[in-house]
Design a protein around this ligand. Structure first.
Ligand code: NAD
Length: 268
C-alpha cells in the first residue's frame, strides 16, 4: 500500500520508522511527505529517510498514494482534506479536534461520499475507543472524558485566564462542559475529546472535564462510560514523543497501526 504523509515532524517520523521497521507484518510503503513551506528546507536537510519531501499537494498526489495520512495539525486538514477525498483517495486524520466545527465535519463527510473515499480516524492518544464505539450500538447512557495534565501543559491556552498555572498547589478542574465547547475553547488540546465524542455520544452530549494538576508528570486520560451493554472506565497515562513533547507517543503508533490494518488480511 502506497502512503503519502502530510507532516514529517515528531509524529510523522515515528510513523515512517514504525512502518519501515515492521516489514515482516506490513508491506506499507511511504512514498512522500508534504510539510509546511517554512519547514521545507530544514526537513529536507534533516531527512533521515529515503523519501521525497514536498510542499505541494499536487506533487504528492502525482506519486499516486492509495492513502494520505495527516500528521500535521488542524490547518493541514482544512487545507488539503477535501481535495484528497474528492480525488478518491482515502484520508487518515489524526488532528481530529478540527471536526468539532460542524461545517468542517459536513464538508469532509460530503467530500468522502462524492469521492467514494473513506476518512479514517485512529484512536490517537487514548484507548477504549473500540469498546466505546461497540457499546454505542447497544445504547449509551453517559460518556465523560477527563483530561488531567501537568499544570504547565495548559500554558498558552485559555486555562491561563482561570488559573495561575505556575503557582498552582492543588489539582483544579478549570473546565466542565460539552466536548464541542471544550474542543472549540481549547483547540490545541481538542483531539482526544473529539475522538471520544465521535466514537460515542457526539460532541454535544459528551461531558468533558479539563484538569490542571501540579503533581501530574504525564498526560492522564480517563473515560467513563455507562451503556446498556455495561459500564467501563479506563485511565491511560501517556508519555510524550521525545522529538515533540506536546504529542503523545501512543498517538503516533496509533497512526502506524491504522495504516498497517488497512493493508492487512487479519485485523485486531
Ligand atoms: N488524535 C490525537 O490523540 C493526537 C495526539 C497528539 C497529536 N495529534 C495531532 O498530531 C499533529 C502532529 O503532531 P507532531 O508532534 O508531529 O507535530 P510537529 O509540530 O512535530 O510536526 C508537524 C508537521 O506537520 C507539518 N505541517 C504543519 N502544518 C502543515 C500544513 N498546513 N501543510 C503541510 N504540512 C504541515 C510541519 O511542517 C511538520 O512537518 C498535531 O498537530 C496534533 O493535531 C493528535
Amino acid at each position: 500500500m502506497r502512503i503519502g504523509l502530510i507532516g514529517l515532524g515528531g509524529m510523522g517520523k515515528v510513523v515512517v520508522s514504525s512502518l519501515m521497521g515492521n516489514k515482516s507484518i506490513s508491506a506499507c510503503e511511504v512514498i512522500g511527505a508534504i510539510v509546511a513551506p517554512e519547514h521545507l528546507s530544514q526537513t529536507r536537510d534533516e531527512n533521515q529517510f529515503d523519501l521525497p519531501v514536498l510542499d505541494d499537494l499536487q506533487a504528492l498526489l502525482a506519486l499516486k498514494p492509495d492513502v494520505v495520512a495527516e500528521c500535521a495539525g488542524h490547518s493541514a486538514v482544512l487545507q488539503y482534506g477535501e481535495q484528497i477525498l474528492r480525488a478518491g483517495i482515502d484520508l487518515l486524520v489524526i488532528s481530529i479536534g478540527v471536526l468539532a466545527d460542524e461545517q468542517v465535519y459536513e464538508r469532509l463527510h460530503a467530500a468522502a461520499i462524492d469521492g467514494k473515499a473513506t476518512m479514517f480516524l485512529p484512536a490517537g492518544a487514548v484507548g477504549g475507543i473500540d469498546a466505546l464505539s461497540a457499546a454505542r450500538l447497544a445504547g449509551l447512557n453517559s460518556v465523560t472524558y477527563k483530561a488531567r495534565k501537568p499544570a504547565m501543559a495548559w500554558s498558552g491556552t485559555a486555562a491561563e485566564e482561570k488559573l495561575n498555572l505556575a503557582e498552582l498547589e492543588d489539582a483544579e478542574c478549570f473546565y466542565k462542559g460539552s466536548a464541542r465547547e471544550a474542543a472549540l475553547l481549547y483547540p490545541k488540546n481538542s483531539n482526544v475529546a473529539a475522538t471520544v465524542a465521535l466514537a460515542g455520544l457526539g460532541f454535544d452530549n459528551t461531558s468533558v472535564e479539563l484538569i490542571a494538576d501540579p503533581e501530574a508528570t504525564e498526560n492522564i486520560h480517563e473515560i467513563e462510560v455507562d451503556a446498556v451493554s455495561g459500564s467501563f472506565r479506563i485511565s491511560l497515562s501517556g508519555r510524550p514523543l521525545i522529538d515533540s513533547p506536546k504529542t503523545s507517543a501512543l498517538a503516533a503508533y496509533s497512526v502506524a497501526k491504522c495504516l498497517i490494518d488497512m493493508d492487512s488480511a487479519i485485523i485486531i
